[in-house]
Structures are given as structure tokens and as C-alpha cells.
Design a binder for this molecule. Structure first.
Ligand code: NAP
Length: 542
């Protein structure tokens, strides 16, 4: 037995975020690699408050254990797979955005376990999430979880953050925690109007959400939502009172979400973060460190997590987020260009490397009162240039066109325009579409005019989506920093050769061309596009 396996023997691990992409890979890895573990407790958000325990049991069966990621474990255990799960897994309801995870006093009293290790993966990963939601989950969530965990012994806590908490910082970003109230602009020496304070931002988000909710319920706002609902309804039919109420409420919610999402981006950018996601994740780290007193703490910051390199199989992925909508949008001809720097770096890391680094860092221990920070990233040790990534994609999609798309000659390399030039190019395309639509309206007596009008509407939709992607993603494709990985490299080097086979996370081993063309893109097609048909290009996040 390796030292790492000995460390996990008889340990109880509390894990959040396990219905997500990284969560399932980590859970499978634990059960596969360290069967000597005593128990894994999965904290899952219940569907319903009424029977929350049954509800999370159902979610675990439907959303976790029905996944093909567990195939090799199923094979190992055969008929006794379910019994094995019952023995090793416990599901508990909980929402990290609430104090005490939203559990009643009665439920808290019923808890009969102690956790040795707490791993927090739960997060809102949408870049432009509503500010109040993102603050509740990403900033306050880790803090609530830590306080919850403290009640039941003194576990080590590992919190998964993101390497992009550094915001617009340039150069080599160290594996360090910044001062509590320092924002990226402070770290870069850039003057800005307003000093940053975690507490103030949380308070501001709360007040803002309250004000926007109140505003959305005023009589004038309601009458505007009603007017919109009537406009949206089909002209052929008027709405019943119940349908009208439902539609009004949907419009109200859409409006509040839009305002709070814009506010999130604006607060983040004011202090030098890319978006609401990285802003609130950075607040989460700062709050955790402040309140950790005495709890051994590890903060692990992955870069952009993509499909697995090796385990549970090369190319495992089950979500259509991070870079996938852009790369597959390119393959479909819907993302013909994107703002970015040709020689700029893009930082990808396979998901199995992240899961392995989590387990190795826990086994290595925190070694002191100060939290340990690990970047799990590739840009320092084995950089991938944006232009190379896109060349690999171009060759791949020419050789293996997406279903029903034979016009691969139309796929051209990106021009790597600056943001300003990209906006100009996008506007020109918009104008051309408008002109084409106006001409088409003039010839609407032709029988093909309707078909054209439909095609133009689809092109318009693709442009709008491209604009949305560019606004949210451009910072990630124009990276001006590299994430230092000294701690992570040292951690990997400290493993024995057998330990490295158990937990492999050396970015130098990645052959990017092979990874993109033979592992990642085929993996998305095999596991994600098969499930969703053409792939839902709408979801976006990290
Ligand atoms: N994906 C990346 O490229 C990337 C890169 C760097 C860092 N990370 C970090 O890695 C972690 C995992 O990311 P992922 O890609 O696996 O995300 P994901 O697939 O979106 O999963 C997020 C998980 O968080 C859970 N969650 C959200 N809000 C919660 C709440 N209030 N209480 C309890 N659970 C909640 C979700 O549960 P529900 O099913 O109930 O929604 C889900 O299980 C996150 O912390 C993320 O910030 C991700």
C-alpha cells in the first residue's frame, strides 16, 4: 500500500459539488483508487425541502451513480456494486449558501458522523450569474461549510477555487493568498475609484438584490411586465388569467436576473476581476482564510478544466461548458472568429489531474497554520498557445466534420483580432444581415423568401451568441499571466513512483496536439454530443 493509500484508509470524507463535472470524477477516483476509505458523505442540494433525505438519495441515484463514469467500478464489483455503494456512500441534504447548510436544528442533531476531510467543489460556475446568487454560493458558501464542519470535529478542509481569482494580474502569478482586502487593481498598482472590501461587497450585493426585487414588484413594473406578456402571446389567442400571471412572473424574474447579472459584471470589473464568477470565488477564498482559525486549510486553484487525459478513460467529460461551446461552435462554423492574441496562452488542465492533485495535497497535509495554495495549471510548465489550439481544432474538424456539415472548406483560421477590431467586424456583419433582411422583405412575394428569412434569423441568433461569448470569454483567450506551479510540482515530485501512477498530474506529460485531436474533441463528441444531439451551445461557464 502506498503512503497515500495508507493516509486515506479509514478516513471519512465530506464532499460537495458531486453532481457536477469535477465532483463525479473525484468521487470515482476515490472509490477506485482508495477502496480502504471508511465512508464518503455526499452533500447534495435537495429538490424539495419536505423530504430532503429521500430527495438527495434520488438525485444521487439519477445524477451521480447512473453515470457511465462508474462503469469500471461496476465491472470490478459486479452484482455487489449497489451493496458496495450502500456501505461506502452516505448522502446528506445541504445547501452551502445557507448558514448550517439550511438544515433544521432537528436534522443537525441527527447527524451521527464526523468527517476527517472536507472537500468543497460546490460553486456557481456561470460567469455572469446574478450577483446575489454568486455571492451566496461562491463567497459565503465555503465559509458556511467551514463553520458547519467545525461543529463535527476538526477536519482538514480543501476548497477548490480557480486560478483566475488573480483577475487581470500579469506575469507569473504566485501560489499565494493576497491581502484580504486587496483586489487585482491594487496588486497591479492601478489606481481605482473605490477601495475593495469583501464585507462591503457582500452587503452591497444584498442591498442591491433587495432593491431590485422591490422595484420589480411596484405597480408600474408589474404593468410593464403585463404589457410585455400580452405582446409575447400569440396574436391568434388571448391569455387566460392564470397564463397571464405565469407569464408576468417569468418576465419579472427575467428582468431581475438581467439587472443583477449586469451589476455583478460591473462590480467585478470595477476592481480588476474578469466577471462575477472570479470576483465571488476570490471573495470566497478571502472569507475562508479569515474564518479558518485553527482548521487546516488547503486552497487548490485549477485553470480551465477539460476532459481527462488518462482516467477513468482518456477523454472523459460530461458537460458542455468551459471552452467546449467555443471550440464546437468553431467546428460548426458558428464562431468564425474570436478576439484573442495569436501567441497568447490558454491554460487547460485535464480533469483527472485536478482530482489527483486534490487527493495528493490532502495526503501531504497542510504542514502548518497557514493555508497551502496549489495552482493546478499548465501555462508555466507546458504552455499551449491559442493559435496552436485553434490549428489543432481546424485540422480535426476538417478531418472529422460535425454531423451534417460537409462544407469544411468554409472553416478558416481565426484572424485573432483585438477586442476593438472584433467589435467592428461583428457590427459590420450585423449591418450586412440587416441589409439582407430588408432586401428579402422587398421580395417577399417569392416563394423562397420565407426560407431566406428563416436562415437570416438563424444567422442573427449566431451573431448574438458570438457577441455574448466574446464578452464573457475574451479575457480567458488573451491571458497575460502564467500560473506558477512550484508547490504543485513539488507535491508531485514528493510522490513515490507508485504514488505517481495512482495520482498523476504532471502537465509536462501532455502532448497538446494529441490531447486535443485524439482525446478531448473526440471525448466531447462521444460523451456529450451523443447525449444532447448537437450539443447545447447555450450553456457557458467555468
Ligand atoms: N470547470 C472548470 O473549468 C473549473 C475551473 C476552475 C475551477 N473550477 C471549480 O471547480 C469546482 C467544480 O466545478 P465544476 O466544473 O464541476 O462545476 P459544475 O459541474 O457546475 O458543478 C457545480 C456543483 O456545485 C453544486 N452546487 C452549486 N450550488 C450549490 C449550493 N448552494 N449548495 C450545494 N451544492 C451546490 C452543484 O449542485 P447542483 O446539481 O445542485 O446544482 C454541482 O454539483 C467549482 O468550485 C469551480 O469553481 C472549475
Amino acid at each position: 500500500m502506498t503512503e497515500t493509500a495508507a493516509f486515506f484508509k479509514d478516513k471519512t470524507v465530506l464532499l460537495t459539488g458531486v453532481t457536477g463535472f469535477l465532483g463525479k470524477v473525484l468521487l470515482e477516483k476515490i472509490l477506485w483508487q482508495f477502496p480502504q476509505i471508511r465512508r464518503t458523505i455526499l452533500l447534495i442540494r435537495p429538490f424539495s425541502k419536505n423530504d430532503s433525505e429521500a430527495s438527495v438519495g434520488l438525485r444521487a441515484r439519477r445524477e451521480i451513480f447512473s453515470s457511465p463514469i462508474f462503469n469500471r467500478l461496476r465491472l470490478r464489483h459486479g452484482q455487489s456494486f449497489d451493496a458496495y455503494l450502500r456501505h461506502k456512500i452516505q448522502t446528506v441534504p445541504g445547501d452551502i449558501s445557507c448558514p448550517d447548510l439550511g438544515l433544521s436544528a432537528e436534522m443537525l442533531q441527527k447527524i451521527d458522523w464526523e468527517a476527517d476531510l472536507v472537500i468543497n467543489l460546490a460553486a456557481m460556475v456561470t460567469f455572469d450569474e446574478r450577483l446575489d446568487n454568486a455571492v451566496d454560493v461562491n463567497a459565503l458558501g465555503p465559509y458556511h461549510l467551514l463553520n458547519f464542519a467545525k461543529r463535527f470535529g476538526n477536519p482538514t478542509m480543501l476548497h477548490v477555487s480557480t486560478a483566475f481569482v488573480c483577475g487581470h494580474c500579469t506575469g507569473s502569478v504566485p501560489e499565494q493568498l493576497p491581502e484580504r482586502n486587496a483586489c487585482p487593481f491594487d496588486l497591479m498598482g492601478i489606481r481605482h475609484d473605490e477601495s475593495f472590501s469583501v464585507e462591503r461587497e457582500i452587503e452591497r450585493a444584498r442591498r442591491l438584490a433587495e432593491a431590485v426585487e422591490n422595484e420589480s414588484r411596484t405597480p408600474s413594473a408589474r404593468s410593464e411586465f403585463r404589457r410585455l406578456a400580452r405582446l409575447q402571446a400569440s396574436a391568434a389567442r388571448s391569455l387566460s388569467p392564470v397564463e397571464l400571471d405565469t407569464s408576468v412572473e417569468k418576465n419579472r424574474q427575467r428582468w431581475t436576473s438581467q439587472i443583477l447579472s449586469q451589476q455583478g459584471l460591473s462590480r467585478a470589473q470595477r476592481h480588476g476581476w474578469f466577471d462575477t464568477y472570479t470576483f465571488t470565488k476570490a471573495m470566497g477564498e478571502r472569507l475562508l482564510v479569515r474564518s479558518g482559525s485553527g482548521v487546516p486549510l488547503i486552497i487548490l486553484r485549477p485553470s480551465i478544466i477539460e476532459s481527462s487525459l488518462l482516467q477513468p478513460e482518456p477523454g472523459w467529460i460530461d458537460c458542455f461548458q468551459t471552452s467546449t461551446p467555443i471550440l464546437f461552435g468553431y467546428g460548426k462554423g458558428e464562431v468564425p472568429d474570436f478576439p484573442g492574441k495569436r501567441s497568447g496562452l490558454i491554460d487547460f488542465i485535464p480533469v483527472d489531474f485536478v482530482a489527483s492533485a486534490i487527493l495528493a495535497s490532502l495526503a501531504a497535509g497542510t504542514g502548518g497554520a497557514n493555508p497551502k495554495v496549489f495552482h493546478v495549471a499548465s501555462s508555466s510548465e507546458n504552455p499551449l498557445r491559442l493559435e496552436d489550439l485553434m490549428d489543432y481544432c481546424l485540422d480535426y474538424f476538417r478531418d472529422f466534420p460535425l454531423r451534417g456539415r460537409s462544407n469544411t472548406a468554409a472553416l478558416q483560421p481565426w484572424k485573432y483580432r483585438s477586442r476593438h477590431n472584433f467589435d467592428w467586424w461583428l457590427n459590420r456583419r450585423r449591418q450586412m444581415l440587416r441589409t439582407a433582411a430588408a432586401l428579402n422583405d422587398h421580395v417577399n412575394f417569392w416563394h423562397s423568401a420565407r426560407r431566406w428569412s428563416h436562415k437570416l434569423a438563424i444567422k442573427q441568433m449566431h451573431l448574438d451568441r458570438l457577441d455574448y461569448y466574446a464578452r464573457l470569454y475574451a479575457n480567458y483567450t488573451r491571458l497575460f499571466c502564467q500560473f506558477a506551479t512550484d508547490n504543485t510540482r513539488q507535491l508531485f515530485q514528493s510522490l513515490t513512483s507508485q504514488g505517481r501512477q495512482e495520482l498523476f498530474f504532471d502537465p509536462n506529460a501532455i502532448d497538446w496536439k494529441k490531447y486535443i485531436q485524439e482525446i478531448h474533441l473526440p471525448g466531447v463528441r462521444r460523451h456529450v454530443m451523443k447525449r444532447t444531439g448537437s450539443g447545447d451551445l447555450k450553456s457557458i461557464g467555468a
